[in-house]
Design a protein around this ligand. Sequence first.
Ligand SMILES: Cc1ncc(COP(=O)(O)O)c(C=O)c1O
Length: 391
Amino acid sequence: MDFVKKMISKSRMKRFAPYVFIELDKKKKEFQKRGKKIISLAIGDPDIPTPSEIAKIASREVRKSVNHSYPSGRGTVKLRRAIARWHHRRFGVNLDEEKEILVLIGSKEGIAHLPFTLLNRGDTAIIPDPSYPAYKTGVILSDGKIHKIPLLEKNGFLPDIKSIGGKVLGKTSIFFINYPNNPTGAFASRKFLREIVEAAKKHHFLIAQDAAYSELYFSKPAPSILEINGARDVAVEFHSLSKTFCMTGWRLAWLIGNRRVIQSLAALKENIDSGQFNAIQETAVYALNHCERFARSIRKIYKGRRDFFSEQLQKYGWKIFASQGTFFLWARPPIKINSLKCALKLLKEAGVLAAPGRGFGKNGEGYIRFSLTAPMPLLRQAAKSISRIKW
Ligand SMILES: Cc1ncc(COP(=O)(O)O)c(C=O)c1O
């Protein structure tokens, strides 16, 4: 008897089934086996290498034996100071480097662990639909309840706080938001951030704002929730090196905001991990101290790609949500078609792999997410192949 299989099938793991992407992945592998070239615009992982200046600092730091021991779990003082200075320069936000900053091994790690510090069995977390899938991880593992709220185009993909109602908000412990947003590319206004902070104060929930894409803006810089008066009483915000500096593989991020949450997550992590490699923390100090220079040139590349690809798709009848940043295009195909069917058609007829909106939640149905993480020659080729599809 395969008792291990039985145990796993009865565990919480069954709530993690990535069903929407399975069929697409199977088809992709089939095509590749037959030698067909696929242009992948499905995953939010930059194709642009980490700036070589940053990589050089890392190779120097790796050789220093002082960096070889167990790291400082909360993050080195030097890094937390650099983070505090960056937030001050970028958002005008002052942070206490001892109490209001916690270094993470990627924001996904922090997002998954955060609910353990606040939720007991049956407690509610609000998760937007569509959204980045990791928000549900910690809620599932802590036996919390997920309350989904729709992000609709008519509301600029912002939650309609008023329509959620006091009854739900009153029993909510954590409210996840993510701006600039994956998958839609939507940005939050300060007005919206003020509204949700007010609601959090009134109904006593914690806002967990994911700002992983904060530096990928094309016109106005995205705000931080901590710019809002009183936000640190009710909010925390995730930041990451991953997208800003094309450093997804380096695994370095941080959480700022409410000091009790920071303290509690730090205590939890002390029992789980031992922090990020000191050489990477040292490298992060360098990256943050020179952030604007690196971020500016990375933004320019994505903006060029976004302008080109959205113009092309619109020419062929696609409707593109007018985003002010991120490297995603949230697009409606020329005809009404199920998003998985559409993604399969793109793959079969154009050799382009894109993410079906349904994979991010029920309200993602009808949309396709293109991740512009491929160089211009490939984007040109992809646009040309998409133009030939018969709808
Ligand atoms: C919205 C969002 N948040 C967080 C992450 C995770 O970033 P990190 O590399 O810091 O774990 C991603 C990664 O794709 C993302 O899209």
